[in-house]
Design a protein around this ligand. Structure first.
Ligand SMILES: Cc1cc2nc3c(=O)[nH]c(=O)nc-3n(C[C@H](O)[C@H](O)[C@H](O)COP(=O)(O)O)c2cc1C
Length: 192
């Protein structure tokens, strides 16, 4: 059984809601899934060992001012020792983000997560979904999976309303899909 860790930052709860959906999805394919908020990762905190032991790490950050939040970036910078020792080399990686607007420059955040994983020598897992309603003049609905039409990772749009109602059902389904996909592929990757 592959071990999957999800590490995220969320100030207002939207990215946390998406992270919990990723966790639910991953649990469909693995019994060893751990959700970690970046606040749990103080120096020498036990949660670091969970990340080091994982076969796949899924990164999640809100998009603030067009890129990953400062708190997530601080976590990324705190991984430099692991970068040096190649601790996460050849683990699977994937990512998700939320932002207020439909675009909000979320792609830049996902690209930052891809580069973080590449710096560590990890193997990036894309979302693996086609956009919904490709030939529909009205476009996707809020409950459509991958309504953002992303490929690199899972996107959620919060529109500055409470996490109880946003990101939408479709964005939550997208996140569940990502978690299940990564856990399934991690099982194949590690061969157990
Ligand atoms: C400092 C700050 C910067 C933000 N910058 C953006 C942005 O560049 N694009 C956008 O669409 N939303 C932006 N937002 C809105 C958040 O991305 C959005 O509310 C997100 O879902 C918050 O995630 P969280 O609840 O997990 O903190 C910003 C919010 C804050 C607080």
């Amino acid at each position: 059984m592959a071990k999957v860790a999800i590490v995220y930052h969320s100030q207002q709860g939207h990215t946390k809601k998406v992270a919990e959906a990723v966790e639910r999805g991953a649990k469909k394919a693995s019994d060893e899934v751990t959700l970690i908020a970046v606040e749990e990762l103080g120096q020498d905190a036990p949660a670091w060992a969970v990340l080091d032991d994982a076969d796949a790490i899924i990164f999640g950050a809100p998009t603030y001012m067009g890129s990953m939040s400062a708190a997530f970036k601080a976590f990324a910078e705190a991984t430099v020792g692991r970068w040096f020792h190649r601790t996460w080399q050849d683990k699977l990686a994937a990512g998700f983000t939320t932002s207020g607007s439909m675009s909000g420059d979320k792609l830049n955040t996902l690209q930052g997560l891809v580069i973080l994983s590449a710096q560590h020598g990890m193997i990036w897992v894309s979302l693996g979904l086609v956009p919904p309603n490709v030939f529909d003049e009205h476009g996707p609905k809020a409950d459509d999976i991958n309504r953002s039409g992303a490929f690199l990772g899972a996107m959620g749009s919060s529109f500055s309303v409470a996490p109880e109602v946003s990101p939408s059902v479709g964005d939550v389904k997208t996140a569940e899909h990502l978690g299940e996909r990564v856990a399934t592929l991690a099982k194949k990757h590690v061969g157990r």
